[in-house]
Design a protein around this ligand. Structure first.
Ligand code: MG
Length: 375
């Protein structure tokens, strides 16, 4: 039995993780849960699994029999510290996931990571700490899980290129000159994946892929010049890797996050999942084409950000969190999201950060600057 905690348990990743654990009660002992503000669902989940440790960042009241309750900004990090879990599933949305991830690797736990921001913001700290405490970071992000699966069993020095696939989002074929009229409702309807609100908007701007380029860099120790983005509207090939001998391996499957979550929980084994097979009997097509970087300028921001990897990715992410929120609230247009991110990066390009605490400070400053540009 592996002791597991799920951070962000009321969100899309968290609920899928609980589903996997529900299918395999003999393999996993769920000991802790954390949520942002959905106290009712958190309490329900805690009662169902009989967990002892729960954390709630905001909101309440919390009606629970759990014996250890953590509240406030640091609740998730305290939960990781106190619960003694073997596996920490981090499904928190946004920069708030960074410190809990760092705590998980400090504890030597296996970090099943869906929170890509952890690596975007503090990839250097997470990877250095994981090496020191022999903690494993196993990706849950579908593309990175695919890459991880393709690399399993291969010599570490045989990787030539990573080919990161992108659905292209709902506006792949929409003319750029009409982007100013895109409504939040349109941007929230993703063609292939059902996900949380911020990541769905990030998929529409392709900022999600920019974050994933940086995530892949840290996970697989690969330079950005060896990470290629390819638009693949069907979302069946979740990503590919090319080896030195020019052989390419891909991982395919239905778009269901439970596959990546289960793999991270059970690696190097595979757990049976009660899911439909990919239908290979009906004729289907797999298309691939390069992304339109003029239409989706977010992609080039990843490269710009990694020119100053200690600070600019953190600033980029914070500004994007503010910008997507502002778009959803009707304060800015869709085509202004990336402009706001870029301007925040430009204004803060002289920043420094040499510790995780300073990065949290920089995240806060970036949000303030993005807000000030907004108003
Ligand atoms: Mg992804």
């Amino acid at each position: 039995m592996k002791k597991v905690i799920v951070l962000g348990s009321t969100g899309s990743i968290g609920r899928s993780a609980l589903d996997v654990i529900r299918m395999h009660p003999d393999r996993f002992d769920l000991v802790g849960l954390s949520a942002g503000s959905n106290a009712d669902l958190l309490a329900c989940q805690a009662a169902e699994f009989g967990v002892d440790f729960i954390a709630l960042t905001a909101g309440g009241p919390l009606d629970t029999r759990a014996r250890h309750i953590f509240l406030g900004d640091e609740a998730a990090t305290q939960l990781v510290k106190e619960s003694g879990a073997d596996i920490v599933v981090n499904g928190i949305a946004g920069a708030a996931g960074f410190l809990p991830s760092l705590e998980a690797v400090e504890q030597g736990a296996t970090l099943a990571l869906a929170n890509k921001e952890s690596l975007v913001i503090g990839g250097a700290f997470i990877t250095a700490q994981a090496l020191k405490s022999r903690a494993r970071v196993i990706p849950v992000d579908s593309e990175h899980s695919a890459i991880f699966q393709c690399l399993t069993g291969e010599p570490a020095d045989s990787l030539s290129r990573i080919i990161l696939t992108a659905s292209g989002g709902p506006f792949r074929d929409r003319p750029a000159q009409t982007f100013r009229h895109i409504t939040p409702q349109e941007a929230l309807s993703h063609p292939t994946w059902s996900m949380g609100r911020r990541i769905t908007i990030d998929s529409a701007t392709m900022m999600n892929k920019a974050l994933e380029i940086i995530e892949a860099h840290w996970l697989f120790e690969t330079g950005l010049d060896r990470i290629r983005v390819l638009v693949h509207p069907q979302s069946i090939v979740h990503s590919m890797v090319e080896f030195h001998d020019r052989s390419i391996k891909a991982q395919l499957g239905i778009p269901d996050m439970r596959i990546a979550i289960a793999y991270a929980l059970s690696w190097p084994e595979r757990l049976p999942l009660m899911l439909p097979s990919l239908d290979l009997d009906t004729l289907f097509t797999l298309e691939f084409h390069p992304p339109d970087e003029d239409k989706f300028p977010a992609l080039s921001l990843a490269h710009q950000a990694m020119e100053q990897p200690a600070t600019l990715p953190c600033i980029m992410n914070a500004a994007d969190e503010v910008a997507t929120g502002a778009f959803l609230n009707g304060r800015i247009r869709f085509d202004q999201i990336i402009d706001l991110v870029r301007e925040t990066m430009d204004r803060l390009s002289a920043s420094t950060a040499t510790s995780p605490e300073e990065l949290i400070g920089l995240d806060r400053v970036s949000r303030k600057i993005a807000e000030s540009i907004l108003s």
